[in-house]
Design a protein around this ligand. Structure first.
Ligand code: ADP
Length: 247
């Protein structure tokens, strides 16, 4: 692990990558980039590079896992061996198994699962490059992949973390801040109803710091939600133009 720098925030209040405390990393989102998945999305958030692909709704295999009254949403979060500095084993780690569960549970409330009894939807998330906050960026991309697959949804789910670095509450922690900072609070939300679908905390925060971090993360979510909608719009405008050229 890298040596702890003396200060994660300089005298001018700037972070290691010169962001202000309430600034997001650069984000680029693309929807519908895999032709062999039913729905897909790609996100870059800072140095994170993450792909999400969705299959379904389709008949559930194995059948005994299907539910008579609803669709089952299965999620697999996986980090590529080259996604971090030291080669990571391609076998699923405890962390990846846990994150698969947590991400699936964050996405599920947005889907009308009761519309497709006995079926399953599979969400595959591949982290190609990781730099902190991959669970949040994965949720943001996977929700778009579900929408791209045409699955009826109440809203998109968008996710962002805030946390504490030195003595400051900051937005969207990168890997060094995540590892060397005092706390990390990932939040996922359906912005239309303000329903929170994920809230975790790693580290220690005073109650007022926790509140500040949650509010900041929600603010970050709102900004990323606009980018999500823009990415969906771009995909459908391109599809519309293609149709018009064919006609
Ligand atoms: P999140 O990516 O959601 O913040 P964690 O807090 O568990 O989840 O991980 C923080 C960061 O630690 C990851 O984004 C990644 O950059 C790094 N990391 C995770 N697993 C490994 C690993 N096996 N080897 C090296 N770095 C890792």
């Amino acid at each position: 692990m890298s040596k702890k720098p003396k200060k994660l925030i300089d005298k001018k209040g700037r972070r290691l990558d010169s962001r202000k405390p309430n600034e997001l990393r650069n984000i680029r989102i693309e929807v519908g980039i895999l032709s062999n998945a039913d729905g897909s999305a790609y996100i870059e958030q800072g140095k994170n590079k993450i792909l999400a692909g969705v299959f379904g709704p389709k008949e559930m295999h194995p059948k005994h896992l299907s539910r008579p009254d609803r669709m089952v949403l299965r999620c697999r979060y996986h980090m590529a061996p080259f996604s971090v500095e030291e080669r990571k084993s391609p076998a699923p780690s405890r962390r990846e198994i846990e994150l698969s569960k947590v991400i699936g549970e964050a996405l599920e409330p947005s889907v009308f699962v009761e519309y497709y009894p006995r079926t399953g939807v599979d969400v595959f998330i591949e982290v190609l490059q990781a730099d902190g906050g991959t669970r949040c960026a994965s949720i943001t991309a996977a929700s778009l992949a579900l929408a791209d697959a045409g699955i009826p949804m109440r809203d998109l789910v968008v996710s962002c973390a805030a946390g504490k670095v030195d003595d400051t509450v900051v937005l969207d922690l990168m890997d060094t801040e995540d590892k060397l900072g005092a706390a990390d609070v990932p939040v996922a939300v359906m912005p239309n109803s303000n329903a929170v679908t994920l809230l975790q905390m790693d580290g220690n925060l005073a109650p007022e710091e926790f509140e500040k971090a949650v509010n900041l993360a929600m603010e970050g979510c709102k900004r990323i939600y606009d980018l999500q909608k823009e990415a969906l719009r771009t995909k459908y405008m391109a599809a519309k133009q293609e149709e018009e050229v064919k006609e």
